[in-house]
Design a protein around this ligand. Structure first.
Ligand code: ADP
Length: 352
């Protein structure tokens, strides 16, 4: 009676254990000293490209690792030493794997080895993107700093031989570079806050139409200089709403300045507001170069954008990532659509 009960419990435990191993995303197998497979979960079959009915054996695993690693040697070593062995950074077929081999002991002697193989490709990719991003930021910090240092040195040494307009031109170079530096540092701080989920909103009653008009007025001069028509087209039925006005202004600044930056002479940028059912939209449309379909989501992502920007122009790509963070902190959405026949429309939707 007790024996059947015990067997029942053992059976139940085994089933629990099997379903746990089977549901794992990581590949797991266990072998004995002769490399005979005692356990192999579906993930290892998938990794090896085997059908469900095919069996996993040491030859198949060994050929998967090919020249990168001798799985037999790893298993033998764990049997001999009775210690966990970890092999990091295994590049196989454009992917990265991480192997952990664990001894299974019964009364101090090793009776089997469990191998856990984790696919770490996406972690590696993120790590690389972070590294590329840091390299790009350091470069972006260094270039305006070099201008400030070089120009101020020159001004100090040659001040007597320069006339007033020359001096003014050098000073304005210093000012532009300092502005660029300050913007970059502020953007970095903002994006770090967004990444850590620490966007603090200071909400008050905001008249979005007035805010749009104010920001459009602010950019009127630079639009004029670029010979771009910049217009505001607001929906009068829109009532003031609860929002963080400084942060919404920051989003508008980013989207309008991008619109002007990526639109050629003679083009048009229109900022409109629109009341919807339970929400409102701010639309920033331009007649610029537009955004390829495959980049429409990428441009809002902090690290991914670096890859894209590398192939386009100098861009830290922080602006849209920050705008997305701000809009989402307001429980809103931001996306980009085509502005037919030419250009793009950035749409910010905020709940009312
Ligand atoms: P940055 O401030 O460095 O331009 P953003 O995050 O604001 O970075 O923009 C990311 C990228 O999206 C830009 O590098 C640009 O390639 C693209 N982009 C943004 N706005 C527009 C637009 N209105 N038209 C075309 N491309 C745009």
């Amino acid at each position: 009676m007790y024996f059947t009960l015990l067997a029942d419990v053992a059976q139940k435990e085994r089933r629990k254990f099997k379903s746990m191993i089977d549901s794992m995303r990581d590949a797991v197998f266990m072998v004995d000293e002769d490399y005979k497979f005692l356990i192999a979960n579906p993930a290892i079959k998938e990794m090896l490209g085997l059908h469900e009915a095919e069996t996993v054996n040491i030859v198949r695993v060994s050929s998967f690792f090919s020249t990168r690693l001798s799985i037999e040697d790893v298993i033998s070593e764990v049997f001999a030493l009775g210690k966990i062995k970890v092999v990091d950074d295994l590049p196989i077929n454009d992917r990265y794997y991480f192997l952990t081999a664990i001894p299974v002991k019964v009364r101090e002697s090793v009776v089997g080895v469990v191998c856990l193989i984790q696919d770490q490709t996406s972690e590696k990719e993120l790590e690389k993107m972070r590294r590329d991003f840091s390299a790009m930021i350091i470069h972006e910090l260094r270039s305006p700093l070099s201008v400030i240092r070089g120009t101020s040195d020159f001004l100090m040494k040659e001040s007597k031989s320069l006339d007033e307009p020359q001096k003014e031109s050098f000073l304005s170079q210093i000012k532009d570079s300092s502005d660029r530096l300050l913007k970059l540092v502020n953007d970095l701080l903002d994006s770090a806050k967004i990444e850590s989920g620490n966007v603090e909103l200071f909400k008050s009653e905001v008249d979005v139409n007035a805010l749009v008009t104010e920001v459009v007025d602010y950019y009127a001069k630079s639009a004029d200089q670029k010979k771009i028509r910049l217009l505001a087209n607001v929906d009068k039925s829109l009532l003031p709403m609860q929002a963080d006005s400084d942060k919404i202004r920051q989003v508008l600044n980013n989207l309008i300045s991008n619109g002007l930056k990526y639109t050629e002479e003679g083009g048009e940028v229109v900022v409109s507001t629109k009341k919807e059912d339970g929400s409102m939209r701010i639309l920033i449309s331009d007649t610029g170069r537009g955004i390829e379909e495959s980049h429409k989501e990428l441009i809002f992502q902090k690290y991914k954008q670096v890859e894209y920007a590398k192939n386009t122009e100098k861009s830290t790509g922080l602006g849209l990532a920050i705008s997305k963070g701000i809009v989402e902190a307001h429980d809103g959405k931001i996306w980009v659509e085509e502005n037919l026949p030419k250009g793009s429309v950035f749409i910010v939707e905020l709940p009312l």
